[in-house]
Design a protein around this ligand. Structure first.
Ligand SMILES: [Zn+2]
Ligand SMILES: [Zn+2]
Length: 213
């Protein structure tokens, strides 16, 4: 090999190496910028008066595996305006609006845990008892343990109920993709024992909302 060829080969190798280094740098820069643009997800939780503290605190610990920050905002009296005397229960829509007012007009999710029955206008009735209620436009939810009668499953079912309503609060409709998805419509009964997670469709929506799934 003469000296001219040697220099040419040497320069080509330098060029290839510098290209590879350039790719590595670009890749690292991209990873860092994706990571730093991730907004931490915060959930604000209130307990309406009389809520089982152990159940509530355990649920908050479980939610911390899904959200960056879960803040317990304290115990809360029911607003008088939400009480519906004829059925001795509370209007769910008034509760979620009350929660949002307390938490300010933020885009962060807020949820209230209720031991008392909640109900609202749905399924053609003016006052229909529900396990959970969400107003998507204000990212606010209320959930009730009143209809989760089986104490042996209450902790598990309550977490599924909470995740279902928070899924609504972050924009998901009821799921049409899987019968075992947390976002499946309860269809007037406690269907939680048959649910085992978010389906891939719902999961990809929630991951974009910074849920740690
Ligand atoms: Zn629902
Ligand atoms: Zn789904």
């Amino acid at each position: 090999m003469n000296i001219r060829n040697f220099i040419l080969i040497f320069l080509s190798l330098c060029f290839i190496c510098s290209c590879n280094n350039g790719n590595e740098v670009r890749k690292e820069t991209k990873q860092v910028s994706v990571h730093s643009s991730k907004k931490p997800k915060t959930i604000h939780v209130y307990f309406f008066e009389g809520f089982n503290e152990t159940l509530g605190k355990n649920t908050i610990e479980q939610l911390k595996q899904v959200f960056d920050s879960v803040v317990f905002e304290g115990n809360l009296p029911y607003p008088d305006s939400a009480y519906y005397a004829p059925r001795n229960r509370y209007k769910a829509d008034k509760l979620v609006k009350h929660l949002r007012k307390l938490q300010g007009n933020s885009s962060e999710l807020v949820i209230g845990f209720s031991p008392r029955d909640i109900a609202d206008k749905v399924h053609g009735y003016d006052d229909y008892g529900v396990m959970g209620w969400t107003r998507i436009s204000i990212h606010s939810s209320a959930v009730s343990t009143h209809r989760l009668k089986d104490k042996s499953r209450q902790q598990k079912d309550f977490l599924k109920l909470v995740l279902h309503e928070l899924g609504h609060a972050d924009g998901l409709p009821h799921c049409k993709h899987s019968d075992s998805c947390y976002m499946k419509d309860a269809n007037k009964k406690n269907h939680f024992p048959g649910l085992n997670g978010f389906c891939s469709h719902c999961e990809s929506h929630l991951k974009k909302k910074n849920w740690n799934l």
